[in-house]
Design a protein around this ligand. Sequence first.
Ligand code: ADP
Ligand code: MG
Length: 315
Amino acid sequence: MSGNAIEIEGLRKTYAASGNQPPKEALKGVDLEIPAGSIFGLLGPNGAGKSTLINILAGLVLKTSGKVRIWGFDQDVNPRQSRAAIGVMPQELNMDPFFTPRAALEVQAGLYGVPRRNRRTEEILQMIGLEDKAEAYARSLSGGMRRRLLLGKALVHSPQILVLDEPTAGVDIELRQMLWTNVRRLNEEEGMTIILTTHYLEEAEEMCDEIAIINHGEVIARDTTEALIGRMDAKTLVIHPEGEVPEDFAPPPGVEMERRRGGALAFTYRRSEIATGAVLEEVRHAGLRMRDVATEEPDLEDVFVELTSKKGAAA
Ligand code: ADP
Ligand code: MG
């Protein structure tokens, strides 16, 4: 192991034409390394290629070309070992309606060749909160319960890497909390590498140590969450002035001023060039009295919008 849970080189996927649909180039040469032990976010708009990438890792979609190494095992050379290292919770809710949760977990463990004495069925049922429903018909399970069962199925063979494809799209707050609590615990206590895809920026920002942003089948940025946000140079200082602002009041050079509703003034400037203290000083100097002062830092949304709106932006 080189310290990377996943190594991807020049990965391409073109879906064949079907009917009147032309061929679709879903991945256009992706290079990506995902460090072992991290919570890694794959972020991108709908249709970016996230599920295609995940499904190639899972062995559910055949790549067109490129190299994929999972836990050090080349997918083409050691398909069995590379498959054993990864568990995937898919985006789609496809489930055999005839299996109870307990049976579904047992069957999945069987598929992965987990010997009976090593099975963790009861532990997993408890973890996903389905002990009470262990013998229920799958068709009587709610959408949330089915999702939890999908998480359980991804864990039966105790993989080093857990992949979650849009785990919280359209789920309620309670299930979201339950998923994140489990994911954090698996990462912290068992050292499991977690890869998740999401189009929720806040979620990626809150959960992930590192992030790759994918757009139109290409990775357009990849960095720690902190560094990605730090890349945005804009900073905004918001002042609530005391009393009237003089008509001729103008911001200092290099600072843009916007009058907000409620009388606040927002000053935006490049933090690499201008210190916040200097802006404040100028404002005071102009005779403005301040009732309240706050700063606004960029967030992942700013980064994302900037990157995905510039076509062909460099990583
Ligand atoms: P994401 O998960 O980021 O929303 P996908 O990987 O599902 O993106 O899709 C990437 C692109 O590939 C989209 O344009 C999608 O329509 C296309 N695509 C996905 N699956 C198939 C398929 N089985 N056949 C043809 N095109 C597909
Ligand atoms: Mg998807």
